[in-house]
Design a binder for this molecule. Structure first.
Ligand code: NI
Length: 169
């Protein structure tokens, strides 16, 4: 099932999500649907709040279907190490049409549970590090615009409000 993507302005995106405790078939189905929804929206990462479900679940595929091994499911993830710095343009499926340069760590390690509840650690660099940070932020109710300067953020919010008023958001 493909879920519609929740857009900026919905409070679910700015609410810290709840930990997952049940690793049951319903969770398996939800994760499958999240990958399907992410690919349908042409994204490389998706967090459950972005489909209106306030739970600590994220999916990532920085290769966008190229490498099945790259599919990553993160349940209850936490960034446990980060180092270095990188600045790249970043976007978000919940803030369509906008992209801004965001400075983040260049290398991170995340600790998370897999779909069966087993804890694992995974390190990533560059785009994967960015995706791990971006999606973990989502689960903490944080959007990438919170990493921008106040000036850039306010300008973006003004543009979005205009789009909302025009019924184009
Ligand atoms: Ni996002």
């Amino acid at each position: 099932m493909i879920y519609p993507i929740v857009k900026y302005g919905d409070s679910v995106l700015e609410t810290p999500a709840t930990p997952v405790r049940e690793f049951d078939p319903k969770l398996h189905k939800l994760v499958e649907d999240m990958f399907e929804s992410m690919y349908a929206a042409h994204g490389v990462g998706l967090a459950a709040p972005q489909i209106g479900i306030s739970k600590r679940i994220a999916v990532i595929d920085v290769t966008f279907k190229e490498d099945p091994q790259a599919k990553l499911v993160l349940i209850n993830p936490e960034i446990i190490h980060s180092e270095g710095r990188q600045s790249q343009n970043e976007g978000c499926l919940s803030i369509p049409e906008f992209r801004e340069s965001v400075t983040r760590a260049r290398k991170v390690t995340v600790r998370a549970q897999d779909i069966d509840g087993n804890w694992f650690e995974r390190s990533g660099e560059d785009l994967l590090a960015r995706a791990l940070l971006h999606e973990t932020d989502h689960l903490n109710g944080k959007l990438y615009i919170s990493h921008l300067s106040a000036l850039k953020r306010d300008l973006m919010k003004r543009k979005i409000r205009k789009l909302m008023k025009a019924g184009q958001w």
